[in-house]
Design a protein around this ligand. Structure first.
Ligand code: VAH
Length: 313
C-alpha cells in the first residue's frame, strides 16, 4: 500500500488520483494536516512532524511505499528560515525512520531545481555544483544527501526527482517562486489582467503536471539496477519566460494582458538555472517529456475553461 504525505498540496492532490488510477482506490492512503474539502475515503489526518503518528499510520495500513510531498516551498520558506529548515527536515527524518523500522520498500523524495545556485551556468548538469540560495533549496539538497545515506547504510530504496516548476490545472501551488505560471492561466481564462511578480525575460525550467506524474511513476517502477543516481535526478520539461508563456496564451486568448511588478521572488528566480540537462534520467530509466509550451497552454486553457464554464474564446 502507498502513503502520500502532503495530499492536499499542488503535487500531492494530483499524485493521489494518478496513483489510484494505477493501484486502485484502496491502494493509496492520502494524508495531510487538514481533512480535504471533498471528503475522501482512505484519508488520514497527519502532521508528519509527529514521528509517532506517522509510524502508526505506516503500521495500521501496512504501508510499503511512501511519497513524501510535504514541504514549505522557496518563497514562503524565506519568511521564516529556521522554521522552514525544521519542518522540511524533521518530516523527512520521520519518513526515513518509519520506513527503516517498519519495512517500507520504496520512498519517493521530491527534490527541486532549487538545489542549484549562482555557481551553475545557464544550464544545470546532473552533477553540477549545489550551492542553493534559499532555505528550501538547502533543505532539498540536504534531503538528497540523507536519501543517499539511508540507501547506502540501510539499503532503503529511495528515489528522487529535481522537479522544475510544475504547472497544473487540477490544483493550485502555494508558496513557490514558479506559482505565477499557474496563476497566469487562471487570470487569462477569466479575462482578467495578469500582474507578474517576475521580470518578463526571467527564464525558468518548468514541467507540465502530467509529464511530472509520468516521470515520477516511471522512476518508481524502474528496476533498482537502473537507478544510478541516489541523490536526485535532474528532470526537465521545458523552459520559458513570463513573456513567452504570455505570448503562448495570447495565440488562443488574443485580448490577454500582462504587466510586470517584480518582488522578492525575482532574486530567488535569478539564483536558479534557466535550463536543466536531464540526459542522465533519459539514459538510466527512459525519461521523455510529452509536452512543450504551446501543447501545455492549449490543454491548460481548455481544462480551465471547463472549470470556469466560460465560452471557448
Ligand atoms: C517553488 N514550485 O517555486 C517550487 C519549485 C522549482 C520550483 O521548487 O518553490
Amino acid at each position: 500500500r502507498i502513503l502520500v504525505i502532503g495530499s492536499n498540496g499542488q503535487i500531492g492532490s494530483v499524485l493521489v488520483e494518478y496513483l489510484r488510477g494505477i493501484y486502485g482506490e484502496n491502494g493509496v492512503i492520502a494524508s495531510d494536516l487538514r481533512e480535504p474539502e471533498l471528503k475522501q475515503d482512505y484519508f488520514e489526518k497527519l502532521d508528519a512532524s509527529d514521528a509517532f503518528a506517522l509510524a502508526g499510520i505506516v503500521k495500521k495500513h501496512g504501508i510499503t511505499q511512501i511519497y513524501h510531498l510535504a514541504a514549505i516551498l522557496s518563497a514562503k520558506g524565506e519568511l521564516d528560515p529556521l522554521n522552514t529548515w525544521q519542518i522540511n527536515m524533521q518530516t523527512y527524518f520521520n519518513v526515513l525512520e518509519a520506513a527503516r523500522e517498519h519495512g517500507v520498500k520504496k520512498i519517493f523524495y521530491p527534490s527541486s531545481i532549487a538545489v542549484f545556485g549562482e555557481n551553475v551556468d545557464v544550464t544545470a548538469e546532473q552533477f553540477s555544483y549545489l550551492d542553493p540560495a534559499t532555505v528550501y533549496g538547502i533543505s532539498k539538497a540536504a534531503g538528497e544527501n540523507w536519501s543517499n545515506y539511508y540507501f547506502k547504510r540501510y539499503g532503503l530504496d529511495i528515489r528522487s526527482l529535481r522537479y522544475p516548476g510544475i504547472i497544473s490545472y487540477q490544483s493550485m501551488p502555494g508558496g513557490g517562486t514558479t506559482d505565477y505560471a499557474v496563476d497566469i492561466y487562471h487570470k487569462a481564462v477569466k479575462g482578467e489582467h495578469f500582474e507578474c511578480f517576475l521580470k518578463e525575460d526571467t527564464t525558468l525550467p518548468m514541467i507540465y503536471m502530467s509529464d511530472a506524474m509520468d516521470a515520477t511513476v516511471r522512476l518508481m517502477e524502474a528496476s533498482a539496477d537502473q537507478i544510478k543516481v541516489r541523490t536526485g535526478y535532474n528532470l526537465a520539461g521545458m523552459s520559458f519566460s513570463p513573456k513567452e508563456i504570455a505570448d503562448s496564451i495570447s495565440k488562443i486568448i488574443p485580448g490577454f494582458e500582462i504587466s510586470y511588478k517584480p518582488d522578492f521572488r525575482q532574486q530567488i528566480a535569478e539564483s536558479w538555472p534557466q535550463h536543466i540537462d536531464d540526459s542522465v534520467a533519459r539514459k538510466d530509466w527512459g525519461w521523455r517529456p510529452a509536452y512543450n509550451l504551446d501543447k501545455m497552454t492549449a490543454e491548460m486553457i481548455s481544462e480551465l475553461q471547463k472549470k470556469y464554464k466560460t465560452a471557448k474564446v
